[in-house]
Design a protein around this ligand. Structure first.
Ligand code: HEM
Length: 344
C-alpha cells in the first residue's frame, strides 16, 4: 500500500525534477529495440531474490559505488586486463558483491536482444527492483545510459566515502555530487538492509580514535551486543542480537569476519524507519551513520524519517532517481558492452 501510494507522488515529482536535467535519457528507451528489457531485469532479480535475499542489498550498494565514481556508466563492472585497472580492486570496493548477479541478468537480456541494453541501465534497473524487494518505494527511471570504456580506480579509492568519516566530510562528499543534507540523510537509509562486517566499525568498540574508551555515541547495551558479536577471539560465534538485528549468516562477502545484519526492512515497518529510529537511540553501526545525528539539520531529517515512513520513502525514491542519473553517458559516447566485465 505504502509503496503504491508513494510511487504516484514520486512519479509526479519525477517529471518536473528529472525532465529538464536529462534530456538525453528517455522514459522507456528500449520500448522498440528491446521491449521486454525492463521486465526481464525485474523477473530475474525477483527469481534470484527468492533463493538469495542478499542479492537485494548487494545490488543496492552496487549502484551507489558505480554512480558515485564518474557517474552511472558501469565502470565498476570492468575486470582488470592489460588496459584496465579495475575499480573492483579499490579498497572501498573490496567487499562489494553482486557482480555475478549482473552477469546473470545481462545474459538473460542478451538472449532476448543481443547488444542493445547497456550494463549501466541494468545496474540502475536492478537496484530499483532490489529497493522494492527490501520494502522500499518504486521510482520511475529513464533509460539510455551507455557503458564506459574505462575504469577509475583512483577516483574510487579516494572519492568513495569512508565509514570512518565525520559528518562534515560526508556532507562535503555528497555535496560534490550535488546532494544536499536532506538527500544525503535519505540516501543513507539504504543502510536499512544488508550486512555490515565488524571490521568497518570495530574501531568504535574499545579504543576509539586513540581515546582508550569506546565511541561515546554508542548506546551501552548495544555496545555489549556489538562487542560480543565481533569478538575476534571467537570469530565464528554468533551470539543473539537485539530483536531488530540478527547475526549475519556466513557471509558471501570477501571478509571472513562476522557482521551485523541490518534487519530493518520489511513492508510492515517500512524500509527506513527503523534505521533512523536506531540512530536516535545510539544504535548506528557505522560511525558515518551515527554521525547523522550529530548535526542540527541532519538530525532534524533523521527524526522526520524515523517518525514518517512515507516521507522517507518519497525522499528516498527521489534521491535514488538523482543518484541513478549522475553523469550518465549517452550516444554517441561510450558503448553497449556485450559482456559487462569487458570493453567490446
Ligand atoms: C557515507 C556514505 C557511505 C559509506 C561510508 C558506506 C559504507 C558502507 C560499508 C562500510 C558497508 C559494509 C560493507 C560490508 O560489510 O561488506 C556498507 C554496506 C552497504 N551500503 Fe553503504 N555506505 C555509504 C552510503 C551508501 C549509499 C548511498 C548506499 C545506497 C544508496 C549504500 C548501500 C549499502 C548497502 C545496501 C549495504 C549492504 C551491502 C551488503 O549487504 O552487501 N551505502 N556501506
Amino acid at each position: 500500500e505504502i509503496n503504491k501510494k508513494y510511487s504516484f507522488q514520486i512519479a509526479a515529482d519525477f517529471d518536473t525534477r528529472v525532465n529538464n536535467l536529462h534530456q538525453r535519457l528517455r522514459y522507456d528507451y528500449y520500448n522498440e529495440s528491446c521491449p521486454l528489457a525492463e521486465q526481464i531485469i525485474r523477473s530475474t532479480v525477483r527469481e534470484l531474490y527468492d533463493s538469495r535475499p542478499d542479492v537485494a542489498p548487494a545490488l543496492l550498494r552496487l549502484v551507489f559505488h558505480d554512480c558515485f565514481v564518474e557517474g552511472c556508466d558501469a565502470s565498476i563492472l570492468l575486470d582488470s586486463d592489460d588496459d584496465i585497472e579495475s575499480e573492483k580492486e579499490a579498497p572501498p570496493n573490496e567487499s562489494l558483491r553482486g557482480y555475478d548477479v549482473i552477469d546473470i541478468i545481462k545474459s538473460e537480456v542478451e538472449e532476448a536482444c543481443p547488444g542493445i541494453v547497456s550494463c549501466a541501465d541494468i545496474i540502475v534497473l536492478a537496484a530499483r527492483e532490489s529497493v522494492l524487494m527490501a520494502g522500499g518505494p518504486f521510482y520511475p527511471l529513464f533509460t539510455g545510459r551507455r557503458d564506459s570504456m574505462d575504469s577509475f580506480i583512483e577516483i574510487a579509492t579516494y572519492e568513495l566515502p569512508s565509514p570512518q568519516d565525520d559528518l562534515s566530510k560526508t556532507i562535503e562528499s555528497f555535496a560534490t555530487r550535488g546532494f544536499d543534507e536532506r538527500e544525503t540523510v535519505s540516501l543513507l537509509g539504504a543502510h536499512s538492509t544488508g550486512t555490515i562486517h565488524c571490521n568497518f566499525f570495530s574501531n568504535r568498540l574499545y579504543n576509539f580514535s586513540g581515546t582508550d574508551v569506546p565511541d561515546p555515541s554508542i548506546d551501552t547495551e548495544f555496545l555489549d551486543i556489538l562487542r560480543s558479536k565481533c569478538n575476534t577471539s571467537n570469530p565464528t560465534s554468533a551470539p543473539s542480537a537485539s530483536p531488530s538485528l540478527s547475526p549475519s549468516p556466513s557471509s558471501a562477502a570477501s571478509f571472513h569476519n562476522p557482521g551485523m545484519k541490518m534487519d530493518y526492512e520489511g513492508p510492515r515497518t517500512g524500509f527506513g524507519t527503523l534505521y533512523y529510529r536506531s540512530l536516535l537511540q545510539g544504535k548506528g553501526l557505522l560511525f558515518v551513520d551515527q554521525q547523522l545525528t550529530a548535526g542540527e539539520d541532519t538530525e532534524t531529517w533523521v527524526r522526520a524519517y524515523a517518525s514518517d515512513v512515507s516521507l522517507f520513502q518519497r525522499d528516498f525514491g527521489l534521491t535514488m532517481i538523482k543518484l541513478s542519473n549522475l553523469q550518465v553517458l549517452t550516444t554517441p559516447a561510450g558503448q553497449v558492452r556485450l559482456n559487462c566485465r569487458k570493453v567490446n
